[in-house]
Design a protein around this ligand. Structure first.
Ligand SMILES: C[S@@+](CC[C@H](N)C(=O)[O-])C[C@H]1O[C@@H](n2cnc3c(N)ncnc32)[C@H](O)[C@@H]1O
Length: 341
């Protein structure tokens, strides 16, 4: 058996608040953990990957919403979580159990009970994921699927240390490791959805922050199943651009003055007022398109580096230099536009 998890630093699974989870989760939280666009992505993913006609489902670490679309017609859905009122308000559940996985990773179900186990935006709170994944393997039918979905938002005090300090790519690797280390599953598949525009009515929309990213890692329990599950793997790409096009546009930038990432005309903006740089141009050319992928993906990239905000593409015409210009929201810089055609 692989020993990858046990080779991690010994404090990897401690939390800032290591008191009993039952205390923290005693307070009912009816808030959504993802914005509505990201929740739809999770629903679509669940609908796409569940191929059983009337599956028996377990929602592991469940709350008031199991994100199961209408197209899925389960014969039974069981929720396992910590807050009774949240679970009682979840209309998808036929039944629920209150069970603290971090106190006892053994799941209170018979072997081969479920066709599918879902764990949505919660894997980051497991302090002994190896045993929990192994238990999920035990209670799944052969060929049954474990779908683990997560984002980059979490309760800071309850998330395990290794997760808090990881980038999106590292979190994916970690969950793949959980699957592989349990030795119960076929090779896991990765799905990523990032950079979708945030819903207009969301409180963070005015900042220009894109929709919460949705990462998923899923695998089937070893064993024959018959029909095969569709793959819906969006390859993880840390640089989600068409590089040939970007580079071609960069070569022509001097003539076009168009953003290499989105082909939008660059705006002339007053040079940044900084004592550290002597600019050789009277103005800079900046992409202020809020849908530009460079700006949309910048939020994730900055957060992966432990920072905040995003960045705009900037071009200095006199010396033909390209820069990354950090911004904290989408309105920043607009007052310095000197030519707005
Ligand atoms: C961020 S919420 C996600 C809830 C739900 N899966 C969703 O998609 O909205 C985390 C959930 O994990 C559950 N949870 C946290 N720690 C747990 C533990 N030690 N054992 C069982 N459930 C736990 C909490 O009850 C909470 O509902």
């Amino acid at each position: 058996m692989s020993t990858i998890i046990t080779e991690l630093p010994p404090d990897s699974f401690v939390r800032a608040d290591d008191t009993a989870d039952a205390v923290f989760y005693a307070r009912e939280r009816t808030v959504h953990h993802l914005d509505s666009v990201a929740r739809s992505t999770v629903e679509e993913l669940i609908g796409h990957l569940i191929i059983e006609d009337n599956p028996v489902l377990l929602d592991l670490m469940a709350s008031c919403d199991s994100h199961i679309p209408e197209s899925v017609k389960p014969s039974r859905v069981v929720g396992l979580g910590l807050n009774e009122r949240e679970l009682a308000s979840n209309s998808a559940l036929n039944d629920f159990v209150i069970h603290d996985l971090n106190k006892n990773p053994e799941l209170p179900f018979e072997e081969e009970t479920f066709d599918v186990v879902l764990c949505t935006v919660s894997v980051d709170y497991m302090t002994d994921p190896r045993r929990v994944f192994s238990e999920v393997g035990r209670i799944l039918k052969p060929g049954g699927m474990f779908l683990v979905t997560f984002s980059n938002r979490f309760f800071q005090e309850k998330v395990v240390k290794i997760w808090r300090h990881a980038t999106g790519r590292q979190r994916i690797n970690l969950v793949e490791t959980y699957f592989e280390d349990s030795d119960q599953f076929d090779e896991p598949t990765v799905f990523v959805s990032r950079g979708k525009p945030r819903p207009a009515d969301d409180k963070y929309a005015p900042l220009g922050v894109p929709s919460d990213p949705v990462f998923a890692v899923y695998a089937e329990k070893k064993g024959s199943y018959g029909s095969s599950r569709p793959t819906i793997s969006a390859d993880y790409d840390d640089r989600p651009f068409e590089w040939d096009e970007v580079n071609a546009r960069k070569l022509d930038l001097r003539n076009t003055l168009e953003c290499p990432y989105c082909a939008t005309k660059l705006k002339k903006v007053e040079v940044p007022d900084t004592p550290f740089t002597e600019w050789t141009s009277d103005y800079m050319c900046v992409c202020l398109n809020d849908e530009c992928p460079y700006f949309l993906f910048g939020w994730d990239a900055m957060s992966d580096q432990g920072g905040s905000g995003s960045y705009r593409f900037m071009y200095e015409p006199s010396i033909q230099n390209c820069y990354l210009l950090p911004v904290s929201n989408k309105t920043e810089l607009r007052e310095y536009v000197i030519e707005d055609e």
